[in-house]
Design a protein around this ligand. Structure first.
Ligand code: ZN
Length: 259
């Protein structure tokens, strides 16, 4: 199997500005996500990280051209992410780059752009228990999980209605101690690219140290890697035809020209 080139993008603001978060993620969430991926699939991955403060948020054309899977964690600076970078990431997804959107990334410009909806939801930070039910056990993203569900002892709640298009596949549904439910693991396809939204990950809880969460992240990256044929787009007017067409038809080209 060829190496999957992963770029882990993290806003990296809370970890530098809030003592509670610094304590949990002293090297940043991106470093812990990188550790999780290395733990499960180190040999199969070439990992780099990128953060908001870097020029072009660390996501230049050159970096994206060399990225098979991009992971996205953001919260405080969604609105300050450059539209040019969002355009560029969207284009790469359409070309086949995988995108893993984590937790509060639901409200990022790139996820909302790709979904076409508000992607908003209800939330509550009360350190409550979350039970993630596996509702698609044969899916590669659930590989290696044991049991019918896994739990996180203290989480921020996300509740329905989650304003997303109907997912192509639903892999996890969360139940929360306070009573809400949420579609926590959803896949989508846009163009040639695969997208996975994975809910866990609030910055004031040590979610990315959890063994099951780490396994899901690694599984997701493997699943998100580009697959399929080399064909992409290539929309064009096909004349002459590949084989003879018997009918006679005169095209009024004036209909196809913009006024
Ligand atoms: Zn959160």
């Amino acid at each position: 199997m060829s190496t999957i080139r992963v770029t882990i993008w993290n806003e990296f603001i809370h970890e530098r500005e809030h003592a509670v978060v610094t304590q949990i993620y002293p090297r940043g969430i991106h470093a812990v996500v990188a550790d999780a991926l290395r733990e499960h699939a180190g040999d199969a991955l070439a990992i780099r990280t990128a953060t908001f403060d870097e020029p072009e948020h660390g996501l230049s054309d050159a970096v994206l051209a060399e990225t098979d899977v991009l992971t996205w964690w953001g919260h405080a600076a969604h609105d300050r992410v450059s539209d040019a970078v969002v355009d560029r990431v969207q284009q790469r997804v359409l070309e086949g780059m995988g995108l893993l959107v984590m937790h509060s990334g639901h409200a990022s410009k790139i996820f909302r752009r790709l979904m076409g909806t508000s992607c908003m939801l209800r939330w509550r930070e009360a350190a409550e228990r979350e039970r993630l039910w596996i509702v698609n056990p044969s899916h590669p993203i659930a590989a290696g999980l044991t049991g019918e569900f896994f739990e996180l002892p203290h989480t921020e709640m996300y509740g329905e209605f989650f304003d997303i298009p109907v997912p192509d596949e639903l892999i996890f549904i969360s139940w929360f101690e306070g009573g809400e439910v949420f579609r926590s693991g959803c896949t989508f396809r846009r163009g040639k690219g695969k997208i996975f939204y994975f809910r866990p990950g609030h910055e004031t809880f040590p979610i990315y140290y959890d063994a099951n969460v780490r396994r899901v992240l690694a599984n997701a990256v493997a699943w998100l890697a580009p697959t399929g044929s080399a064909y992409f787009g290539n929309g064009r007017n096909i004349t002459p035809s590949l084989s003879p067409i018997s009918s006679r038809h005169i095209v009024d080209e004036s209909l196809h020209r913009p006024k």
